[in-house]
Design a protein around this ligand. Structure first.
Ligand code: ZN
Length: 179
C-alpha cells in the first residue's frame, strides 16, 4: 500500500471567511499534526483547493461567492500552508478529481490509498471519495480531521462512505499509530 494525504478545501473562506464552517478551526491543529507525520514518513501531501471563476462556476449560484481563484479566500489557511514537496490541485467542483489532473498525479506517484481530510464531510470530501472509489483507490477518512455544517451531516457522510465506498473511518491518532 502507498498512501497519500489529501487536504480538501482548508481555505480561508471556509475556515474564517465568507463561507465559514463552524468547527473548522478545531480540525486545523489535528490536520497540521497529521501532515507533519505524513511528511516525516515521506508520504505525499496533496491539497485539493477550490479555485472558482467569478460569475461562471455553478457552485457559486448555490453557495454564494467563495474561494474565487487568486483571492485571499481561495488560499490555504496560514497554519496549514503547503510546504516544499507538497502538491496542489485546483478544482472548480466538489470532487477533487473532476476536471483536474489528480488521478494522473496519484498514478505517477504510485498511490493506491487516499487518506481524506478537510471540508466539508458530506460535500467535497464525500464527492471526492465517490470519484476515488470509482477509480479503484482505497479510502481512509479521518473522522476528526473533517467536519461539516452540522454534526448530523458529518456523521451521516462518514457512515455513507464506510458503507457505500468501503472507506475505513479512523481518527488521526489511529492513522498515525497504524491501528
Ligand atoms: Zn466551491
Amino acid at each position: 500500500m502507498k498512501a497519500a494525504v489529501l487536504v480538501i478545501d482548508m481555505l480561508n473562506d471556509f475556515v474564517k471567511g465568507s463561507l465559514k464552517v463552524a468547527g473548522a478551526d478545531e480540525i486545523v491543529p489535528r490536520i497540521r499534526e497529521l501532515l507533519a507525520w505524513a511528511r516525516e514518513k515521506g508520504m505525499p501531501v496533496i491539497y485539493a483547493n477550490d479555485a472558482h471563476i467569478r460569475g461562471v462556476d455553478a457552485e457559486l449560484k448555490l453557495w454564494g461567492q467563495h474561494a474565487i481563484k487568486g483571492t485571499w479566500g481561495a488560499m490555504v489557511v496560514e497554519e496549514l500552508k503547503p510546504e516544499e514537496g507538497d502538491f496542489v490541485v485546483e478544482k472548480r467542483r466538489y470532487s477533487a478529481f473532476f476536471g483536474t489532473d489528480l488521478d494522473l498525479l496519484l498514478r505517477e506517484l504510485g498511490v493506491d490509498t487516499l487518506i481524506l481530510t478537510g471540508l466539508v464531510t458530506n460535500v467535497c470530501v464525500q464527492h471526492t471519495a465517490a470519484d476515488a472509489f470509482y477509480r479503484g483507490y482505497k479510502l481512509i477518512v479521518v473522522s476528526d480531521c473533517c467536519t461539516a455544517l452540522t454534526d448530523e451531516d458529518h456523521e451521516m457522510a462518514l457512515e455513507y462512505m464506510r458503507r457505500v465506498y468501503g472507506a475505513e473511518v479512523k481518527s488521526a491518532r489511529e492513522v498515525m499509530e497504524g491501528i
